[in-house]
Every structure is written in structure tokens, then in C-alpha cells.
Ligand binder design. Sequence first.
Ligand SMILES: NC(=O)c1ccc[n+]([C@@H]2O[C@H](COP(=O)([O-])OP(=O)(O)OC[C@H]3O[C@@H](n4cnc5c(N)ncnc54)[C@H](OP(=O)(O)O)[C@@H]3O)[C@@H](O)[C@H]2O)c1
Length: 288
Amino acid sequence: MSNSNSPILVIGATGRIGRAVVSELRRAGAPVRALSRHPAAGAITEGVESVAGDLAVPESLDAALGDVRVVFLVWIAGPSSMPEVVARLAQNVERVVFLSSPHQTPHPFFQQPNVMGTLHADIEHALAAAELAPTIIRPGMLSANAVEWWADQIRAGDVVRWPHAEVETAPIDERDIAAVAVRALCDTAHAEKDYVITGPDALSHADQVRILGDALGRRLQFDELTPDEFRRESASRWPAPAVEMLLSAWGATVGLAPYMTSTVADVTGTPARTFDDWAAANVDRFRQ
Ligand SMILES: NC(=O)c1ccc[n+]([C@@H]2O[C@H](COP(=O)([O-])OP(=O)(O)OC[C@H]3O[C@@H](n4cnc5c(N)ncnc54)[C@H](OP(=O)(O)O)[C@@H]3O)[C@@H](O)[C@H]2O)c1
């Protein structure tokens, strides 16, 4: 493990995965610097050094990068500032651990049109070309998607309306993504490694809703929507390209087992958490 006292910079530190990375780094006793566009807004964990910066404004990162050697990078901004941000990283730091996606995994679920996957591939190439020894972290579907997808419906009643009841994925707990990321951030042995990370179980959407109901002590009903019904019902909530991306990924996976890896256990020595574990830890987010 690295015994450097220079802080590890976490970009995306207020997000679902970055927040878990900050917590895991603190548990590991590593010095952390957390970046946000709005650090004063109070979204950064108390007691963590916070710093302002915006990926869309490359020069705004300079102060954050001072005395940093390793960066956890979540990229949410558009593509135009990426080359300049990577150039600044290359001037200042030794290594980057990049949160990407399994866009190169040969399973139909991951092989549908996806602009984010294209951008992720471009960032990976840029980091490698800049000799930043990138560790690429590629989670499959996040367990935490359940909040964005279903929490409003579950708070409002016992019916969840959603497409593709039986399509299976292997949802991954953000704490396990963080556990792998922190090994990579703290140990140069993980430099230039490529980790596809999934949860331990094949679970359909209907299974996941049932497990959430069990955690809540309620019997939830799954009402399956056709893709067109889902397009209509989600039109006011999510951008159409995001909805089409999900529908094409699910549609391509009907009847197939999900792609699964043992990366969490291989890297951390501890098996990946189940969706039941995730539901128990997050049940309050589905309560009124
Ligand atoms: N959902 C999935 O199933 C899934 C699966 C695989 C991979 N992924 C990937 O995971 C990533 C998203 O991670 P997440 O879910 O943890 O994110 P998230 O919860 O949506 O949070 C977004 C984070 O990005 C930061 N951010 C946004 N714009 C920024 C900017 N211009 N400059 C600096 N920081 C900025 C936000 O910080 P502030 O608002 O505080 O600035 C926040 O910390 C994406 O790359 C996605 O493709 C998702």
C-alpha cells in the first residue's frame, strides 16, 4: 500500500459512487480531498477537506491538484474539456483511477448504442496516452438505480410500473465499487488494471422490487409496462435518449443470463454484497 501523505483527490465526491469512495478512503486511513462544483453547499462529508472545481472549466482544477499524486475520476461533464483536463492531470499527478462502464464487454446488455460508453472509451485512451497508468473501474448496473427508478412509486403506494419484469441484471452495491476503487487508489499494483465489477446475483426487475418490499415489510405489486407505455410514462422524468438506451439494453438481454464477475472478491477478498444487503442499508430512502 502507498504510505504517501499526499491527499487522494476524489472527483465526483458528492455523487453516489464518489461519496462511497470518500467513506472507504477514510476507513482505510488515507488522506482525502473531495472535489465539488459547490463545496460550500454542505454535500461533502464532514471532516473531509473539500475543494471547488469544475471539469468543464479545466483551469478551475489547478488548486485541487496541488500536491496530489493519485486521482479518482468520475466524468459527468461534456466531452469538450476532456483533453485539457487530462493534460492538466498529466502535468500534476502520477495515476488515475477512472470510473468507466463495461462498454467493451461482449454481452448484448453492454453492446447497445450508448453515448456515455463512447465518451468513456475516449477518456480511457486519453488517460493511457498521457501515461497516467489508469486503473479502469467498470461497474454494471448500480443497485442504487433503484432509488431513482422506483422510490417515488414505492413511497406513493404498493404498485411499481416498469418494463421488462423478467430481464435480469447483476446489480452492484456502490460500497463494493468503492472498495475496489480504494484498493486501486492506495496500491500501485492495480495500476493499468481493468476491472469489470458486478453484483453476485442474477436478479430480474421483479426480483429487485420484491426484495425492496421485503426490506420495507410490504408486499409490492409489479405492473409490467410495454416499452411504449414506459416511454410515455417516463417522458416527464427522464431524457428520451436515456430511456431509449435503457430499453435497448434490456431488450437485447431478454432471456439471457446477465454478465457476472468475481472482481469484488478477487480484489478485496470479500464477496460482493447482495441486493438484499443494499436494500437493508437503503430502506429509509423508500419510506415516506
Ligand atoms: N447508473 C449506472 O448503473 C452506472 C453503471 C456504470 C457506470 N456508471 C457511471 O457512473 C458515473 C456516475 O457516477 P455517480 O452515479 O456516482 O454520479 P452521480 O451520483 O450522478 O453524481 C455526479 C457527480 O459528478 C459531479 N459533477 C457533475 N458535473 C461535474 C462537473 N462539471 N465537474 C465536476 N464534478 C461534476 C457531481 O458533483 P457536484 O454536483 O457536487 O459538483 C457529483 O459528485 C457515470 O460516468 C456513469 O456513466 C453508472
